[in-house]
Design a protein around this ligand. Structure first.
Ligand code: SF4
Ligand code: SF4
Length: 223
């Protein structure tokens, strides 16, 4: 899923400075699962902003709304009735796709991103998430013991480990496991070392981001 985290409160305060009425839009998708931009987090942020406004003696009305998803026009248009309220700003608590979709759907509204979208990953433990994919568009992890060297090696090496690997850790940080150590351990334990050693080290990068923004149009869904 997409992992995101809330921007620092001081940055969010600059978004609402001088505004009197804002709409905070939460999302029930990935950002609810990673506890960054769901209904609960919107409630906490709304309270913080109201308290801060009261302390500063400035008027600020904060309305809250949660959409099923903000990466789908079907749900974005559920905001339409709220737009009659004439908000000074819309603050989206989705990943960065949400505020872009809202900004496009409502040209007259000023939209701010409350979250920083960080990476594609999963939960390692409660409250801990880690990167696992860089969306290269041509998955090859089966050639690397099911582990992704592009997202998990600090240098995205396809022919690691580099000389900085020591004691199973990456030279970039002792906090980072050297994924190449893990790859070698995995292909040793699952008995596929021979296959691993014969792999081609040329990857087709045409599906990656370097060719410009990507799009998928699935024919069977367009009919
Ligand atoms: S090989 Fe590409 S698609 Fe597969 S996990 Fe790595 S970055 Fe993601
Ligand atoms: S030490 Fe391992 S993870 Fe770090 S850059 Fe080298 S091969 Fe990649």
């Amino acid at each position: 899923m997409i992992i995101a985290e809330r921007k620092p409160i001081d940055e969010i305060k600059t978004f609402v400075k001088g505004k009197e009425k804002i709409l905070l839009v939460a999302c029930r998708g990935c950002v609810t699962v990673c506890n960054a931009g769901g209904t609960k987090e919107a409630g906490i942020l709304a309270s913080l902003l109201r308290l801060d406004a009261a302390k500063e003696g400035v008027p600020l009305k904060v309305d809250e709304l949660t959409l099923e998803r903000q990466c789908d026009p079907e749900y974005i248009f559920e905001l339409s009735p709220s737009m009659g309220e004439k908000y000074d700003a819309i603050l989206s608590m989705a990943c960065s796709i949400g505020p872009q979709f809202i900004a496009s759907a409502y040209p007259n509204e000023k939209v701010y991103p409350v979250l920083n979208t960080c990476f594609l990953g999963g939960a390692l433990a409660h409250g801990v998430w880690a990167e696992r994919c860089q969306a290269c568009g041509n998955c090859i992890i089966h050639k690397f013991g099911g582990l992704c060297p592009i997202s998990r090696c600090s240098k995205s090496l396809l022919n690691g480990p580099c000389g900085g690997s020591a004691g199973g850790k990456c030279e970039v940080s002792k906090e980072i496991d050297c994924v190449w150590q893990l790859i070698v351990e995995k292909v040793t334990s699952d008995g596929t070392m021979d296959e691993f050693l014969s792999l081609e080290l040329v990857k087709d990068w045409r599906t990656s981001r370097d060719g410009g923004p990507r799009k998928i149009a699935r024919e069977e869904l367009l009919k």
